[in-house]
Ligand binder design. Structure first.
Ligand code: HEM
Length: 140
């Protein structure tokens, strides 16, 4: 059971690495896309879509493996910090889903959605960092 717990925790942390990559990589690709010549836009747009999907997959894996970790047994009391972490995860998930909807509107030429996109990206990165801090406070 302990080995299984450790393997699931390793997958949880690997998913966190993928979430970080998506979170920090997305604005870089968005910036490159904004400055790209027309012939490079399709490839960069496709890359942005793939990074967004990887981020969503990472979030799904974090929630799934986190739930499994809880079910197979955490040998520490779960206090207020853990509750705060779960609340922040919920807010992060809401922002990520809203950002995806916003990105679809931005791609259709919605100027307000285009202006909102970088703010949502910064907000989701900040929330991811907050969840990591709260996880460290809860389990450290
Ligand atoms: C964005 C989502 C999440 C992030 C970034 C995240 C991050 C982390 C980190 C960094 C740790 C290691 C903390 C440490 O050992 O000091 C951890 C452990 C853990 N997380 Fe998450 N997590 C997320 C979602 C979840 C969810 C949704 C749950 C539960 C439903 C969860 C449950 C746990 C548990 C039970 C541990 C193991 C604690 C132990 O070592 O005993 N996590 N998480």
């Amino acid at each position: 059971m302990t080995l299984f717990f450790d393997v699931v925790l390793a997958v949880h942390l690997a998913a966190l690495a993928l979430a970080g990559l998506a979170s920090f990589g997305m604005p870089m690709v968005a910036r490159a896309l904004a400055n790209a010549p027309p012939e490079g836009r399709a490839a960069l747009g496709a890359l942005r879509g793939r990074i967004a999907n990887a981020g969503l997959m990472a979030l799904g894996t974090l929630v799934t493996t986190g739930t499994v970790l809880l079910l197979i047994g955490v040998n520490k009391p779960l206090g207020l910090w853990f509750g705060a972490k779960l609340t922040a995860v919920f807010v992060l998930a809401c922002v990520v889903f809203y950002a995806r909807e916003n990105a679809a509107n931005a791609a259709k030429g919605d100027a307000a959605a285009q202006a909102r996109a970088p703010k949502l990206a910064r907000l989701s990165t900040a929330l991811l960092l907050l969840v990591i801090l709260l996880a460290a406070l809860a389990f450290g």
